[in-house]
Design a protein around this ligand. Structure first.
Ligand SMILES: Nc1ncnc2c1ncn2[C@@H]1O[C@H](COP(=O)(O)OP(=O)(O)OP(=O)(O)O)[C@@H](O)[C@H]1O
Ligand SMILES: [Mg+2]
Length: 367
């Protein structure tokens, strides 16, 4: 096989705990003039991990990726790849490859020449090169298009060429900067699964940049949420979504319903809210509050109900559209009760919350 599995590339000890992490950043900072683009980042990515940097525009994701690739030098901090300090190593001597947002294909070269370019530079013999290019082409499902030029391809096809061109070099770490940003929703969702499949197959460590929350949740083994050049939280998608560390994280990933009761601020996600019908009793132990449905937002598979609680706050509840078509819209203006299991909420600002001795008396608890 031309593109080798992780085991083939690293030998049987690949999974040994003794191997250093694929990537380690410590205290990395970078300013442009007085803009602090990356404000002290520590993180470790394990070999073979799909790691995502998620954050709003301007939060420092691209800068961090460029620092890892070596296109920028940090003002402070260290960068290690596979246990080796590469802070001062130029990009071409690092075991990384980057897929840029604009793909950056060579317009005058065919698809096959684009993909084989890195191998040619490395002096890989023609026969092996051609075999590896063909394997890469079929991996990204572009077999047969090798003679085309980039301008004879669709956006999604160009994106896959860029990916094949990076993967074929078998880098230790593949850096991807919003690689699916230009694609329509359907193709993007297909490519998300495709990318994940390729990553699992070749076992390359991925550091993936996106500002799309769903993409990060779908694809990552772990993700870091960035804001203002800093990491707000690192963890597996489930943890980041279900247990957001800060209000920013809660608000940036999914819809956050933040409530404050008895001095405790907590998040209750829309899908954890039960909208009770008239006469319907909540399950025992549930917290119940009443309000009025201000707005009903139909989103195809589900409906969002924007409810103004009698105590003032606005909450969003969501329901699958399992009833007859159009039923959901009849809720507008109705009085409803919202119920939730206290254990399904999550307290924000943990330090502060832990300091509150009366936490157990409140109707919200940390799980
Ligand atoms: N070469 C540069 N010169 C000056 N400022 C820069 C430069 N590159 C980035 N910045 C600034 O650094 C900050 C972080 O930019 P960066 O490109 O890393 O953000 P990002 O998270 O990738 O955003 P986006 O999602 O929009 O791509 C921004 O405020 C940006 O304006
Ligand atoms: Mg960017």
């Amino acid at each position: 096989m031309a593109i080798h599995s992780r085991e083939a590339r690293h030998g049987a000890s690949a999974k040994s705990a003794l191997r250093p992490p694929a990537l380690r950043l410590e205290g990395v900072r970078k300013s442009y003039g007085h803009v602090l683009a990356v404000a002290g980042v520590d993180l470790t990515v394990q070999e073979g991990e799909f790691f995502t940097l998620l954050g709003p525009s301007g939060s420092g994701k691209t800068t961090l990726l460029r620092l890892i690739a070596g296109f920028e030098r940090p003002d402070a901090g260290t960068i290690e790849l596979a246990g080796r300090d590469v802070t001062s190593t130029p990009p071409h001597l690092r075991q990384t490859n980057t897929v840029f947002q604009d793909y950056a294909l060579f317009p005058h070269m065919t698809v096959a020449d684009n993909i084989g370019y890195g191998l040619r530079i490395k002096g890989i013999p023609k026969a092996e090169r051609e075999e590896r290019v063909q394997t890469a082409l079929s991996m990204v499902r572009l077999a047969g298009l090798d003679k085309r030029k980039p301008n004879q391809l669709s956006g999604g096809q160009r994106q896959r060429v860029a990916l094949a061109r990076a993967v074929v070099n078998e880098p230790e770490v593949l850096l991807l900067d919003e690689p699916l940003g230009a694609l329509d929703l359907k193709l993007r969702q297909e490519m998300q699964l495709e990318l994940k499949r390729i990553q699992q197959k070749v076992g390359i460590t991925f550091v993936y940049v996106t500002h799309d929350q769903e993409e990060a949740l779908t694809m990552s083994d772990r993700m870091a949420v960035m804001a203002d050049g800093k990491i707000e939280q690192i963890g597996p998608p489930v943890e980041v979504y279900e247990r957001p560390a800060t209000e920013f994280v809660a608000g940036f990933i999914g819809i956050s319903n933040v409530l404050e009761r008895n001095g405790i601020r907590f998040v209750v996600r829309p899908e954890k809210l039960h909208m009770l019908e008239e006469g319907q009793e909540p399950r025992s132990g549930m917290t119940v509050e009443s309000g009025i449905v201000e707005q009903v937002v139909y989103v195809g598979m589900s409906t969002r109900y924007i409810v103004r609680l009698d105590r003032g706050e606005q909450l969003v509840a969501v329901r699958q559209n399992m009833d007859a078509p159009g039923q959901a819209l009849r809720y507008e203006g109705r009085r409803v009760r919202l119920a939730w299991v206290p254990g399904h909420t999550y307290v924000l600002d943990h330090q502060r919350a832990r300091g509150e001795s009366a936490l157990s008396e409140h109707d919200t608890e940390e799980r």
